[in-house]
Design a protein around this ligand. Structure first.
Ligand code: ADP
Ligand code: MG
Length: 741
């Protein structure tokens, strides 16, 4: 029974008996000793010295020593279950307790019994009471002093359910720990000593039975390694495997299409762009596939970097595909690439350059004929560059020689999607993923742990700073009027404006938000939802209503266009083209303009009901202005009252343009699991103690250790304990860690 090697795999029924094991399995999904010991306390409670019942404080954890005066069981009318009302007294005062459906409590707390009770006293209908306190009975002949001391300790509080209370779990954990005085440690001794990690058995003891809370720090640190290391091992194995994959190298061609393009480029590349391009060219020239993540603030000029990589691929005899998350963006990329290439995009035409290549576009809304022509160009190799949406690309698209895949504005592009992509080409193509949403280093090390990363830190010269202001529409209505005046002034100077609304509007019940941006609108709304307290919130403003109001009122006489996800695709394309050509002054839109849209002449953006958007989303949105030589202005219009969390988020966005800082704020507000996509999958994340946000150093160390372990022992044959942790990870929670959808 107490074999250290198989301790963790032992069935709970062997240790706790069938009945208890069954309950733990049903209620908490725990079936092995390992599972139970990794069911860590959520927090600890210090019970402190017993309090006098005559003077109990409200809403803070206390312990009292008292006798049960009365106990009454009150069945629920018409359904199963009961409430137990207990009154306790210590001779100086008395206190009512309530319990729900707890048979054991009914048996324990009979009048006359004495016990230590621990919990919080709160007001319920104006009366002080303690709901469901923890307690420990004191036997008649017990040594009171000792019983009190024993009870007044640091108590682990476990994630529990109605049927399994935290103290029941505590008892089970004790039994399991006592049954295994030795537990084999999967972490190799040299790793433990190098990173000063305590042994596994000792760490379990420390988190489950600490004398004081401080005693849990080192054990928790060690147990976090058990979460960080397997993940990093998987990623290290993937990196190693990728090194073994073959790819067709794409070498430079002197005086090829790339050189011709560079001659046409109307600006100089920034030093950062030059450097990143060089790195990418090195990768492309390698006989192994590139896996690179390019991060760069909005407006940092990622597109031209991608285009140069695509042209290098064409020079090397391959084709390149650029994938965008939305149709609007795919169309814009197609337009701007075609424009930048000029005659180079028109080989075979009168005014074209015979050394050029065709740029095909594939979107879901194309007519059958147009689409067939583009598919043909891709399949024949006529088109050296193919631009399309992710959605289209999931369907059948053939390439003559796919050499490079560029994924734009998509940080939620997990390992599995990348695998699916690679399956499209015979030999794995080179891969470049680009994102403007800065990813904190730790997330880069986990979700993107198998990618090399590059960063564009400096914006191209001549970029003007964006000024951002919060417009408190309710407190200061004249500020809002002033905002519309500002927009009129900008238009008067020949510039253009965006007005962004959270909803489409117009028809009832139909899909009313644009979920095709980088963040689901719902999550932004949820993030903002609690802000206004219990006040009844009106519907968020809609594009349709706002456009009508502005046309009739504050922006009367200006050329106003409307853009949202429910428009027919060619209408979307048309309004975007007209806006880009300066034929529309004000574009009233949903978040379809969130990513990538590039109209340098636009100088103002008003975001209405700004509190309905997430922090990173706001940052993305305002990146649409200030792209030309004109300074950008962003107005965050909101009715959220000062001092609410919603307003604080807006103030934070107004206060800094540092995307990394903002992404941190954003992540801190989301639940940890969301970072790894666990919330979407509906499963419990495997991360119990490890925080992707706070444990940056630990994750970096684990990455270093994993790299070394895998280099010496790629399949972990000599580290069976670690291999087992890796298998557990990949089998149970693969999606949580490795796929961000
Ligand atoms: P993002 O990184 O957000 O995708 P884009 O690639 O859309 O940014 O670039 C934004 C704008 O900056 C485009 O109009 C582009 O032509 C311009 N641009 C890119 N690189 C430079 C440069 N080195 N100098 C001047 N303008 C540039
Ligand atoms: Mg872009």
């Amino acid at each position: 029974m107490n074999d250290a090697g198989r301790a963790l795999a032992t069935a709970l029924s062997e240790v706790l008996g069938d009945r208890t094991a069954k309950v733990l399995s049903k209620e908490l999904g725990l079936s092995t000793v390992g599972g139970l010991l990794r069911h860590y306390p959520r927090r600890y409670q210090d019970r402190g010295e017993p309090t006098d019942l005559a003077a109990v404080p409200l809403d803070e954890p206390i312990t009292v020593y008292a006798e049960v005066a009365k106990a009454a069981k009150i069945p629920f009318r018409g359904r199963n279950g009961f409430r137990l009302d207990v009154e306790i007294t210590d001779g100086r005062g008395s206190l009512p307790l309530t319990f729900f459906n707890q048979w054991q409590v009914e048996r324990d707390l009979r009048p006359g019994r004495t016990a230590f009770f621990s919990g919080k006293v709160s007001l319920y209908h104006g009366r002080a009471q303690m709901a469901g306190p923890d307690y420990q009975l004191v036997d008649e002949d017990a040594d009171l002093e000792r019983a009190g001391e024993d009870f007044a300790k640091t108590v682990p509080i476990y994630p529990a359910t109605g049927a399994v209370a935290t103290w029941t779990i505590e008892k089970c954990v004790r039994t399991a720990l006592d049954a295994f005085p030795a537990i084999e440690d999967p972490l190799p001794a040299e790793i433990r000593s190098r990173y000063r990690l305590m042994g596994l058995r000792e760490a379990f003891e420390g988190v489950h039975r600490p004398a004081v809370v401080e005693d849990t720090f080192k054990p928790r640190h060690r147990l976090k390694w058990d979460e960080a290391l397997p993940l990093q091992l998987v990623l290290a194995q993937r990196r190693l495997a990728a090194l073994g994959e073959p790819a067709v190298p794409r070498a430079a061609r002197p005086d090829g299409i790339l050189d011709r393009f560079d001659e046409r480029l109307p600006f100089n590349l920034t030093q950062g762009q030059e450097e990143v391009c060089e790195r990418i060219f090195e990768d492309l020239a390698s006989t192994h596939p590139m896996h690179r993540l390019l991060q760069g603030e909005v407006g940092s000029g990622k597109t031209v970097v991608a285009l140069r990589a695509m042209l290098r691929t064409v020079d090397g005899g391959g084709q390149a595909v650029l994938l965008a998350p939305t149709e609007v963006l795919a169309q814009q990329h197609h337009r701007s690439i075609t424009r930048m290439l000029g005659p180079l995009a028109r080989p075979g035409q009168m005014d074209g350059d015979p050394d050029g290549t065709r740029v095909a576009l594939l979107t879901g809304s194309q007519g059958a004929k147009e689409r067939r022509a583009n598919l043909l160009d891709a399949a024949s190799g006529e088109a050296g560059i193919v631009v399309g949406t992710h959605a289209v690309f999931q369907e059948k698209v053939d390439f003559a020689e796919l050499g490079l895949v560029v994924v734009d504005e998509q940080h939620r592009f997990g390992v599995e999607q990348r695998d699916a992509l690679r399956a499209k080409a015979g030999e794995p193509p080179h891969l470049l993923v680009m994102t403007a949403t800065p990813i904190p280093r730790t997330v880069a090390m986990t979700v993107f742990g198998d990618l090399d990363t590059s960063e564009l830190k400096v914006l191209p010269a001549g970029r003007s700073p964006i000024e951002t202001f919060v417009v408190p529409a309710r407190e200061k209505p004249n500020f809002l009027a002033r905002a519309w005046t500002r927009i009129r002034e900008e238009v008067g100077k020949g510039h253009q404006a965006y007005v962004v609304c959270p909803r489409i509007g117009g028809v009832e019940g139909a899909q009313d938000t644009d979920g095709d941006g980088t963040q689901p609108a719902a999550s932004a709304a949820a993030a903002a939802g609690s802000a206004d307290g219990d006040e009844q919130r009106r519907d968020p403003l809609s594009v349709v209503d706002v456009a009508a109001e502005l046309t009739a009122g504050p922006l009367e006489g200006l050329r106003i266009g409307v853009l949202h996800g429910r428009l027919a695709p060619h209408d979307k394309d048309e309004v975007m083209s007209r806006f880009a050509a300066g034929e529309v002054d004000v574009l009233v839109a949903t978040t379809v303009v969130e990513v990538g849209v590039d109209v340098p002449n636009a100088s103002v953006m008003a975001i209405l009901d700004a509190d309905r958007f997430g922090v990173s989303q706001l940052h993305q949105l305002r990146g649409r202005v200030g792209r030309g030589g004109v300074p950008g202005l962003c107005l965050l219009v909101s009715e959220a009252a000062a001092d609410t969390p919603a307003r604080e988020r807006l103030d934070a966005v107004a206060a800094t343009t540092d995307g990394f800082e903002l992404s941190r704020i954003d992540l801190e507000q989301r639940r940890e699991g969301d970072v790894l996509g666990a919330a979407q999958s509906g499963r419990r994340s495997s991360l119990r103690l490890l925080s992707v946000l706070r444990d940056e150093d630990l994750i970096a160390q684990a990455r270093e250790a994993a790299e070394e372990l895998v280099r010496g022992d790629p399949a972990l044959e000599h580290h069976p304990g670690l291999a087992r942790l890796v298998v557990e990870l990949t089998e149970s929670d693969r999606a949580d860690f490795l796929a961000m959808t």
